[in-house]
Design a protein around this ligand. Sequence first.
Ligand code: ATP
Length: 272
Amino acid sequence: MLKIKNLSKTYKTGDTALSDVTLEINKGQLVGLIGPSGAGKSTLIRCINRLVEPTSGEVWLGDVDLAQLGRSELRHQRRRIGMIFQEYALVERLTVMENVLSGRLGYVPFWRSWLRRFEAEDIRRAYELLDRVGLLQHADKRADALSGGQRQRVGIARALMQTPDLLLVDEPTASLDPKTSRQIMRLLTEICAERGLPAIVNIHDVPLAQSFMERLVGLRAGTVVFDGPPTDLSEDALTEIYGAEDWNTMRPGDDDESEGPLDVERAAEVMA
Ligand SMILES: Nc1ncnc2c1ncn2[C@@H]1O[C@H](COP(=O)(O)OP(=O)(O)OP(=O)(O)O)[C@@H](O)[C@H]1O
């Protein structure tokens, strides 16, 4: 389904964030990306949909190498990739329903989205998705009236509205409390299983990743140093990924250097 071959990224600053990463992810597979701050997790996720331009390598989604596409074909292919963000990237002043429908923006003609006119079928699907994520009764509320967990549910419904072939999920629970984090992870895993949807989830919280992911990929300094089921993540494997740090103390929020949220325009760029 997704084949990443020899992917490398060196930023203009000279920082090499990814070195020769090769990964294959099958239909329906849920992969947790773990690793210390600066290991290249966000860069890897963003190279897949080219929010960050890879320096070299291939990113095959089915039979299309996304790394080779020009701008207009990239826009078209990005519809196939749903993205879920740490800070939700909702349009605060719009309703929950409008935010979910915005997942269709890559599909409807510009004038229609400008007038916010969507097909009856899109509206029916949006209601169905809101029901699936448990927010049906909040459809007409403004996004800024929701809790963090509810916002992330809107983010999930919006990504699904694209009918994606792949989900990229960037620290989905980093702004949530532990109980809400588990609820969101459970929802994500159930939805991926129901739809046979593959997902790559950048996740800081190792115990949470171990609880919910069927496969973990450990990055260190831009290189894959672990790839296997959570049951294989031994103390030695954790030391290989994180070095000599006490990995049990790693929790969301510990990492002051983590990248800031993407803003709404960036989210719109991915969905457009
Ligand atoms: N826009 C950028 N310009 C220059 N260097 C960057 C940029 N973004 C990331 N880097 C560098 O690339 C490396 C990998 O960063 P990246 O954000 O992908 O890691 P990460 O594992 O996601 O970290 P975190 O968990 O803190 O978000 C780091 O050395 C970082 O400083």
